[in-house]
Write a protein that binds this ligand. Structure first.
Ligand code: NAD
Length: 454
């Protein structure tokens, strides 16, 4: 196996950079460094840990443009999107900089003394992230982990290690003590697996495919590791006939084709009430055919290439299934892993594109009869990550939001993620929550202490 990873730029197919390819030895070294740094980091006064995180925020902000450019080139993202994502990285560290001093416990009435709870860090945590939002998803894990007093080993995806590697250097520049944040770029099958099986790692936080999540959960069982899993999705964008159809149609492409559809929250099923289907499709076509697909570094670009040739082949296989193409946008020719945004529909409820995650710019349209049918259809999936509901009927919006088995829902909006609100899945979309105050539960143990007053 070569000692380096060739990092490819998806818009050009050229090698962007070569980075050392880590294996089990490098994971062992990183875990040892994290273990060595843990006692001092944990013992640091909460205010001092918070101050370290604020320094990191300052350094990240100063380097935001550089990080955004690196992410745009390595992941093939439109530069505007990459800037927005790096803004969220900064916001995530800013938000959790407030956490060290707010890790509150409880006092509990008992007889003969006083009982109270405190939150303890877990130790060394292993963070394994995918290629679609490389640094953003890393930040969702790193910020609450280190705020709570843990030290971390982060393994970025093989395809997109560059921003994580740069981040590690910036963290040292910001004065985060050596060993608190360790970045090791290597393959999932060797470096990732070794991290999962390592006896000195207390927890694995994973974002990626359901298949790998299943493997991680079973391997982590051997050492009773804590595990949180953010996995795939097949989210529904439910459009009722009484909705503002113009707004719903304008937002649907962003919900399905944002990040070229390589988004676990992609609303890759658009469920439309039968009576509004024709009008909605007409409006949707105008928006989809206007999407500007092209050079990620052009500020006018709305959608970039897919991450790899393999991903493009996997997405294209859905077209080969023969579902009707309603309409499609355009994409450049030539080098780069391009794919035009495509709307299939109406598709059968049993078709593969209606059931499996595409992770690319193909969306399936499925008509429904009424509210009950819409909820049944939305829930007819092994996944439960995200989704949207479009209606002007407030009661219906809330009824449907409660009835859909999904971790994150938005009403009259196509958004899923906010730093202050919990994010995660129902069913085979995973377990555990990231972001908001809930993420701190995933990086701490509750300890109960009883003090006898006798
Ligand atoms: P993937 O599961 O192939 O890889 C994710 C990470 O796991 C990578 O770092 C990879 O190297 C590592 N890995 C692979 N095999 C491993 C193993 N056996 N042991 C330990 N680590 C291993 O996923 P991907 O292709 O990078 O990303 C796409 C998937 O991620 C999609 O299914 C998508 O839905 C999901 N995703 C989910 C969320 C979410 O928050 N729910 C967010 C983004 C992506």
């Amino acid at each position: 196996m070569p000692e380096t990873l060739n990092v490819i730029e998806p818009a050009t197919e050229a090698v962007l950079e070569e980075v050392p390819r880590a294996g089990t030895v490098e994971i062992d070294e990183a875990v040892a460094r994290a273990r060595g740094a843990f006692p001092a980091w944990r013992a640091l006064a909460p205010a001092a840990r918070a101050e370290h995180m604020r320094s990191l925020v300052t350094v990240l902000e100063a380097n935001l443009d550089e990080l955004a450019l690196l992410e745009a080139r390595n992941a093939g993202k439109p530069i505007g999107d990459a800037r927005g994502e790096m803004g969220m990285v900064v916001e995530t560290f800013r938000y959790y900089a407030g956490a060290p001093e707010r890790l509150l416990g409880e006092t509990i009435p008992v007889s003969g003394g006083q009982a109270f709870t405190v939150r303890e860090p877990l130790g060394v945590v292993g963070l394994i992230v995918p290629w679609n939002f490389p640094l953003t998803i890393a930040a969702w894990k790193l910020a609450p982990a280190i705020a709570a007093g843990n030290t971390a080993v982060l393994k970025p995806a093989e395809l997109t290690p560059l921003t994580a590697i740069r981040f590690a250097a910036l963290a040292l520049e910001a004065g985060i003590p050596e060993g608190v944040i360790n970045v090791v770029a290597g393959p999932g099958s060797t470096a990732g697996r070794h991290l999962v099986e390592h006896p000195d790692v207390a927890k694995i936080a994973f974002t990626g495919s359901t298949v790998v999540g299943r493997d991680i959960a079973s391997r982590a069982a051997a050492t009773i590791k804590r595990v949180t899993l953010e996995l795939g999705g097949k989210s529904a964008n439910i459009v009722f006939a009484d909705a503002d159809l113009e707004r719903a149609a304008a937002a649907a492409p962003g919900g399905a084709f944002g990040n070229a559809g390589q988004d676990c929250c992609a609303r890759s099923r658009i469920l439309v009430e039968e009576s509004a289907l024709e009008r909605f499709m007409g409006l949707l076509e105008e928006h989809v055919t206007a999407i500007r697909v092209g050079d990620p570094l052009d500020p006018n670009t709305e959608m970039g290439p897919l991450i790899s040739a393999g991903q493009r082949d996997s997405v294209a296989s859905f077209l080969a299934d023969g579902d009707p193409v309603a309409f499609a946008g355009t994409a450049p020719e030539g080098p780069g892993y391009w794919f035009a945004p495509t709307v299939l529909g109406p598709v059968a409820r049993s078709s593969r594109v209606a059931r499996e995650e595409v992770f690319g710019p193909i969306v399936a349209v499925l008509p429904f009869k009424d509210e009950e049918d819409a909820v049944a259809l939305a829930n007819d999936t092994i996944y439960g990550l995200s989704g949207s509901i479009w209606t002007r009927d407030g009661g219906r919006a809330l009824r449907v939001a409660r009835a859909v088995d999904s971790g994150v829902l938005s009403i009259n909006s196509n958004t899923s993620v906010r730093v202050a609100t919990p994010f995660g899945g129902f069913k085979q979309s995973g377990y555990g929550r990231e972001l908001g105050p809930h993420a701190l539960d995933a990086y701490t143990e509750v300890k109960s202490i009883y003090y006898s007053t006798r």
